[in-house]
Design a protein around this ligand. Structure first.
Ligand SMILES: [Zn+2]
Length: 392
């Protein structure tokens, strides 16, 4: 199937790409978008049908006139694998060309998960799930991985990501490890870029041109699409926004600076700040990073330290977002990740702070979780593979 796609002409690729992005489309609308003559379009579509890449799906809703036949991409025969490697978990999805998830698996990470053990477990899952679904490896276009930066994207190397529970996550040749063991091409990007791609192409950001995606977990990870282009940072790291300084002479950050968003708003920072406060007090016990949920349980039970630290973290994030919105003027800001999903307290405080200090006459919309919620990184990673083959 990879070879079939590689051999498509520009017109075939363009047509397939439009059908893929639109989901369902009539020939008339395809003609309007591609500008091809009907004869050319008929020929192109016939060849795509023969290659089993597109199918006639049904007819469009009647708007008074005749119903028109709609086309979509094939539901079987072409598959992609999307993997989200985060610090606390790994998620794997198998999707068809339509971007429908047909299998989803997840496992938690702890300090025993070295890169080798993690990749081994991923490969095991891929083999097992493909077998269960009776999918041959030749039908898999590729494996996309959204992971933690900084990266050497071309070589597929995770350079020195911070805060993995296992200490061996440094200079990890992820692409090579996966390709050697599966013989399937692998593409990597940072998780935030993968997620924003999913939302931009198929989710809440569809038809918009400028969006911001912020994932709040162990670290604060972000991605930006401005004027339909992903803005890439140095080494494709996803923590550029996280190290925006919002308090001069504030908390010492892991980057060496003081007062970064990361040093207040991430899980890592909140646990660190809580444990510092707890030291020397007889009332509370220190919390391990893996047990970060405890800090929110404490806050909900009116623990003063915990509530203060969470409120401060969310407030600082709100200030950072106001700064970012001022610079980029996005149409949509998607907030996601365990802190957003699980703790209303944190999300509400962040949004309220933003509205208090945002005096721009803009119409930025906030989305809690976007369309794909916690699946966004894995779906975006899968979409990245398809983009490699069909988008120009
Ligand atoms: Zn920093």
């Amino acid at each position: 199937m990879r070879e079939t796609l590689r051999q498509l002409s520009n017109r075939q690729l363009e047509t397939l790409n439009v059908i893929h992005k639109k989901g369902l489309i009539t020939k008339k609308n395809l003609q309007a978008i591609t500008g091809m003559t009907l004869t050319t379009l008929n020929r192109v579509m016939k060849s795509l049908e023969d290659k089993k890449l597109i199918i006639e799906v049904g007819t469009s809703e009647s708007t008074g006139g005749r119903k028109a036949v709609e086309y979509g991409v094939a539901k079987t025969g072409v598959y992609v694998i999307g993997i989200d490697i985060s610090r606390t978990y790994v998620k794997l999805i198998i999707s068809n060309l339509k971007m429908t998830i047909i299998k989803r698996e997840e496992f938690s990470m702890n300090d025993s998960f070295s890169p080798e053990i993690t990749v081994e477990k991923i490969i095991g899952l891929i083999d097992q799930k493909l077998l269960e679904l009776s999918i041959d490896k030749s039908e898999v276009l590729g494996i996309g991985v959204g992971t933690v930066g900084p990266l050497d994207r071309e070589k597929g190397i995770m350079i020195n990501p911070k805060n993995f529970f296992n200490e061996n996550w440094s200079n990890v040749s992820l692409k090579e490890m996966i390709e050697q063991k599966t013989s399937i091409p692998c593409f990597i990007d940072n998780g935030a870029n993968a997620a924003i791609l999913a939302e931009y192409l198929f989710g809440n950001g569809k038809d918009l041109k400028s969006i911001v995606y912020i994932h709040c977990g162990i670290g604060i990870r972000s991605a930006v699409i401005t004027d339909r282009i992903i803005i890439r940072t140095m080494n494709d790291s996803e923590d550029a926004f996280a190290h925006m300084i919002v308090e001069s002479n504030g908390e010492r950050c892991i980057c060496g600076n003081k007062g970064c968003i990361e040093s207040y708003s991430s899980i890592e920072a909140m646990i660190k700040r809580f444990n510092l406060r707890v030291k020397g007090s007889n009332n509370d016990e220190e919390i391990r990073e893996e047990d970060y949920k405890k800090i929110f349980d404490l806050a909900l039970r009116n623990n003063e330290f915990a509530a203060e630290i969470i409120n401060k973290g969310a407030e600082i994030l709100g200030i950072g977002i106001a700064n970012l919105v001022r610079i980029l003027n996005p149409q949509l800001v998607i907030l996601c990740g365990p802190l957003i999903k699980n703790y209303k307290l944190y999300y509400d405080m962040c949004i309220n702070t933003f509205h208090k200090i945002n005096y721009l006459n803009n119409e930025v919309i906030f989305s809690k979780g976007g369309r794909f919620k916690e699946d966004a990184i894995a779906i975006g990673a899968a979409a990245m593979v398809i983009e490699h083959y069909i988008a120009k």
